[in-house]
Design a protein around this ligand. Structure first.
Ligand SMILES: [Zn+2]
Ligand SMILES: [Zn+2]
Ligand SMILES: [Zn+2]
Length: 478
């Protein structure tokens, strides 16, 4: 093997994105090489690129001969900048924009077809559902009926206006504007059940898992078939995103689609499974979810809130009738949330390592209290799950922003690969050639990559670096 002795495996935050595919001294396939190349080419506006030293050689498997394909010594400054691939808008505006675009395509493909999914999926029963958390105490909220904004929490009766224990005013006559900083803040922070709110976030993934277990049972009952029959003829597929509400509690937006249980995966289900039936089953399944979890005192019962929204998505036949929920709107709506973590100024986007950091946070008192609650619950004496501390900066929620069932549509990897292929075709319209000038045969030629990690960020003030830093600044300003 070639390479410098200092070569180190590269693993910058694997949970946040694709990252460079090549580790040190890796023999990779030509496809891997192309995936890597795609990242390099798109690092133009990345604000925290990874810097690499190294080279790539092609190996002819038949003769054992090697030929250079690429060497970073030819780059300005002798380093290569690889996009960080971070999906968080606050971390890297450029990489998160790419991720958001991919998410939109992924959701859309499951609604209208494309990316290898047949267009006929648009005829399948499909519902857009929002599963929220229950109330943990009165908070300021913007209430709208039609086009009228209603008072937040009017209470005419004086006895209902004050909280019983602390005497605080828990009524509010304000018609809040959408950007009112009071939105989501509890009216009496001492009555607000911070523990249950944090534990809801922490267990939200398990609540969703239970929901997906119950859903087929309720569907079967409503359709009048046995569970066995339902499993034989139906597949339930979904994609969902987690969104933080103003009060700092996550809720889920999901696209839930019914397919026939066929080997190729994408056929319409039997006619008895209608969108209306699916809406009813979703409501029943969501209300049935219960989870008893330990808190600092007695066990706390968690479940989804009463406010449940289910709406059929009409993708094809009904689009012309002007129904508001069309596929594009849904895809855009879901993509909006995948690059956002908690959208609260002053909350750190990395984990908290010591209790003293919480006191120093410059975020609203409400969110600070949620962070502190998660931190305390993570201590040995109460719930004792260390992940509560790991996820304290995310107010207890540790799940991914976007999850989906395997056959909802395609994977992020597929969409990335497609982009690589498209770019390849653009660059080599007559087909690609290997370093020996022959038409490329991926079974004959392998790629040997040798990398060493040289740091993150830009060291050179190149025009591309300047541009990336300026655009990151502008995004932060927004
Ligand atoms: Zn980046
Ligand atoms: Zn209010
Ligand atoms: Zn109170």
């Amino acid at each position: 093997m070639t390479g410098s002795g200092a070569a180190a495996p590269i693993a910058p935050e694997p949970e946040h994105g694709p990252g460079p595919v090549a580790a040190a001294d890796d023999v990779i396939t030509w496809a891997d090489f192309r995936a890597w190349e795609r990242q390099v080419k798109s690092s133009g506006a990345c604000s925290h690129p990874v810097r690499l030293h190294g080279r790539i050689d092609a190996i002819d498997l038949a003769t054992g001969e090697t030929a250079p394909v690429y060497d970073t010594s030819a780059e300005p400054g002798g380093v290569l900048h690889v996009a960080c691939g971070n999906r968080r808008e606050s971390r890297c505006p450029s990489c998160s924009a790419v991720y958001k675009r991919d998410a939109r395509q992924l959701v859309r493909a499951g609604l209208t077809g494309g990316k290898g999914v047949p267009e006929s999926v648009a005829t399948h029963p499909c519902v857009f559902a929002t599963l929220t958390a229950p109330s943990f105490g009165p908070v300021h909220s913007r209430r709208v009926r039609g086009k009228t904004v209603l008072p937040c929490r009017p209470r005419r009766d004086a006895s209902k206006r004050a909280c019983r224990e602390h005497g605080r005013d828990i009524s509010c006559n304000v018609r809040h504007s959408p950007d009112d900083p009071r939105l989501g803040r509890p009216m009496c922070p001492d009555c607000y059940d911070y523990e249950a709110a944090v534990l809801f976030n922490f267990h939200a993934g398990e609540l969703w898992r239970r929901f997906t277990t119950y859903l087929p049972r309720h569907l079967a009952r409503l359709a009048g078939v046995t569970g066995k029959r339902l499993r034989a003829e139906l597949r339930i597929r979904y994609v969902k995103v987690a969104e933080y509400q103003a009060r700092g509690v996550v809720h889920f937006h999901a696209v839930i689609r019914l397919d026939a249980n066929t080997p190729d995966g994408f056929a319409p289900p039997p006619a008895r499974y209608t969108p209306a039936l699916l809406c009813d089953a979703i409501a029943l399944a969501a209300r049935a979810v219960r989870l008893d979890v330990p808190g600092s005192g007695p066990r706390i019962r968690l479940g989804f809130g009463r406010e449940l929204d289910t709406r059929p998505i009409w993708c094809q036949d009904f689009a012309a009738t002007g129904n508001p929920l069309d596929a594009t709107a849904v895809a855009n709506y879901i993509a909006k949330y995948v690059t956002k973590a908690v959208d609260v100024p002053g909350l750190p986007d990395t984990r908290i390592r010591h209790a003293s950091e919480i006191g120093a946070l410059r975020c609203p008192a409400h969110h600070k209290r949620m962070v502190a609650t998660a931190w305390d619950l993570g201590a040995r004496t109460s719930v004792g799950d260390p992940r509560l501390r790991l996820w304290a900066h995310q107010l207890g929620y540790g799940g991914h922003p976007l999850t989906k069932s395997r056959r909802y549509s395609v994977t992020f990897g597929y969409i990335r690969g497609e982009r690589v292929t498209a770019r390849q075709l653009e660059r080599h319209p007559d087909g690609e050639r290997d370093p020996w000038g022959r038409p490329l045969d991926e079974t004959e030629v392998l790629v040997l990559a040798t990398w060493s990690y040289a740091g993150t960020g830009y060291t050179l003030r190149t025009p591309a670096a300047e541009l990336a830093l300026v655009s990151a600044d502008m995004a932060r300003g927004r």
